[in-house]
Design a protein around this ligand. Structure first.
Ligand code: ATP
Ligand code: MG
Length: 563
């Protein structure tokens, strides 16, 4: 186990079982339904299941929970595999719930023969109505006392396609008055005439999740079946099946629940994310604003940052909503030390250095990382015309503005100090070009004779800068808990994407292999997959500081000043 791996109640339980000798080798599984892409919430289940198997010398299988033929697709399964590998994990084997359709059918027949299951011809509505409520017991179905032979015959008919979808179901015969609604004769099998992505037309009946999961765990010798809290009330049923069925091996998996990972300003539900994709609110499952692993990957988040985030959120049974800021901080922490530095200008404003000789230029050795000499240096060229960030110039500078303004001086990063001598404006008064003079004695950090210059701004050389599109992202939703809103789409943040279509970057970036960069003063960036030869596109992964924390502090300060 890595030194920084935090322990949790599940790990402690496994350690105790291993120490007492009751547990041989730990076997876990990650059981996604191939009906969408994995999101950051799934990362928690992935890290937990695979991490435990790795740390205790056990194994973890990838099991596709493919019991809903209508919603599932092989393309999702392939994407899920890619995402798990990207996170840094490898499964011991791949299986599918559908691999066990034959055995599950035989289990159902076993229950019928034991008088523990019956075919119910009631409609879905009748079954629902008969189930009762949290305060009222259910009522027995009129079909509950059907004899074994008739049940076997009807179930075979269901299987053979003699009946239509919804005409009848197979139910367990447990207790219609149980305090636990899941034990009130749950449905085990339903008729579905749809084609299954793996078994084709072989089956007309499909088992429900509850009748599939525990038995699949047992067939795979899973020791610890880790799942999220919403399955807590299903555990009694999970155990009931294992107790009443003749399982081939001695395995008795234990279901252990933990709380879901939730993240503010986004949703972690495939169904809700699908709504955004289908509604065209995002550019697809891997839109860099999506909390999907494919979206985070495309944006430039590292697997290290995601694993760290998952670890920091911990494993408990309490409801909790993690802060988006925490995920972003994990990315900053990971990238600060290893992302090489570069300069980029998002909204260029031309700066003409009037006393710099025309036709001349000079090269500067700039460090690739200010704190890590081993990352080396690169050559920057500067000449009479450079581009600076429009925001770094102000004609009427507010207080504490330490950047460029008429009459004021600022250092061009790694180069020299320039003093603004004039502005050329368009007919709307918008600055078109800023003029300045440089002080040749301020190279290599030397301060000008006239007094210290505080401000340092980034720039690119006009003659050789490369054009780029830079995409800046903000929270996908404007409110902290969009999943609670009646209208999910109305809760979207209309400013979640800003495109800087005419950004300029250091020329070396045009030829660089895809990597994560820190663009000085702007944040961490990663080439988007829309990049092509001659077309650079960068995504901002995160800003350098948490701008949202600052905003919250400010508004908190304002509120406390008022009261
Ligand atoms: P969704 O509601 O997004 O469809 P799900 O639970 O239906 O999620 P599955 O594909 O069935 O998705 O989930 C695979 C595994 O991942 C399950 O064990 C599930 O408990 C776990 N999981 C899903 N969402 C989260 C989450 N937010 N936090 C932790 N684990 C999760
Ligand atoms: Mg599901």
């Amino acid at each position: 186990m890595s030194a920084e791996q935090k322990t949790n109640f599940i790990r402690r339980q496994i350690e105790a079982e291993l120490a007492s000798g009751e547990l041989g080798a730990v076997v876990t599984r990650f059981p996604p339904e191939p009906n969408g892409y994995l999101h950051i919430g799934h990362a928690k289940a992935v890290c937990l299941n695979f991490g435990i198997a790795r740390d205790y010398g056990g194994s973890c299988a990838l099991r596709f929970d493919d019991t809903n033929p209508e919603k599932e697709d092989a393309k999702y399964a392939a994407a899920i595999e890619e995402d798990i590998r990207w996170l840094g994990f490898e499964w011991s084997r791949v299986s599918h719930a559908s691999d066990y359709f034959g055995q599950l059918h035989d289990f159902a027949v076993e229950l019928i023969k034991k008088g523990l299951a019956y075919v119910d011809g009631q409609s879905a509505e009748e079954i629902r109505a008969g189930r009762g409520t949290l305060t009222e017991p259910g009522v027995n179905s009129r079909d509950r006392e059907r004899g074994v032979e008739e049940n076997l015959k009807l179930f075979a008919g269901m299987k053979n396609g003699d009946y239509a979808d919804g005409e009848m179901v197979l139910r367990a015969k447990i207790d219609m008055a149980s305090d636990n609604i899941n034990l009130r004769d749950p449905v085990l099998y339903r008729i579905r005439s749809s084609r299954h992505q793996r078994t084709g037309d072989a089956w007309r009946i499909y088992p429900l999740y509850d009748f599939t999961h525990g038995q699949s765990d047992a067939l795979e010798n899973v020791t610890h079946s880790l799942c999220t809290m919403e399955f807590e009330d299903h555990r009694a049923l999970y155990d009931w099946f294992l107790e009443h069925l003749t399982l081939p091996g001695p395995s008795r998996p234990k279901q252990i629940e933990f709380s879901r990972l939730n993240l503010n300003y986004t949703v972690t539900s495939k169904r809700m994310l699908a709504q955004l994709v289908e509604g065209g609110d995002v550019a697809g499952w891997d839109d860099p604003r999506m909390p999907t692993l494919s979206g985070l990957r495309r944006r430039g988040f590292t697997p290290t940052a995601i694993r760290k985030f998952v670890e920091l959120t911990g494993v408990t049974r309490k409801h909790h909503i993690a802060e988006m800021g925490l995920l972003e901080n994990c990315a900053r922490e990971d990238l600060e030390a290893r992302a090489p530095r570069a300069m980029a200008v998002l909204r260029p404003l031309k700066l003409v250095i009037e006393n710099y000789p025309e036709g001349e230029s000079e090269t500067i050795d700039a460090p690739n990382h200010p704190a890590d000499k081993s990352m080396g240096t690169r050559k920057l060229r500067i000449s009479r015309e450079v581009f600076i960030e429009r925001d770094d110039f102000s004609e009427s500078p507010p207080k504490k503005f330490h950047r460029l303004a008429p009459g004021r001086a600022v250092r061009l990063r790694y180069a020299f100090v320039v003093r603004c001598t004039g502005v050329r404006r368009d007919e709307h008064g918008e600055a078109l070009e800023v003029r300045c003079e440089y002080d040749a004695d301020t190279r290599r950090g030397a301060q000008p004779a006239g007094g210290r210059v505080k401000g340092v701004i980034h720039w690119v050389n006009a003659a050789d800068a490369a054009a780029a599109e830079v995409r800046l992202y903000d929270r996908l939703f404007a409110c902290a808990e969009p999943g609670r809103e009646a209208d999910l789409r109305a809760a979207l943040n209309p400013d979640s994407l800003q495109v800087c279509a005419s950004a300029l970057v250091e020329p070396m970036l045009a030829a660089a292999a895809p990597a994560r960069w820190q663009f000085e003063r702007l944040g961490y960036f990663f080439p988007d997959r829309d990049s092509a030869a001659g077309k650079l596109v960068f995504n901002r992964i995160v800003t350098l500081r948490d701008s949202w924390a600052k905003l919250t502090e400010k508004s908190a300060a304002k509120t406390s000043a008022k009261t």
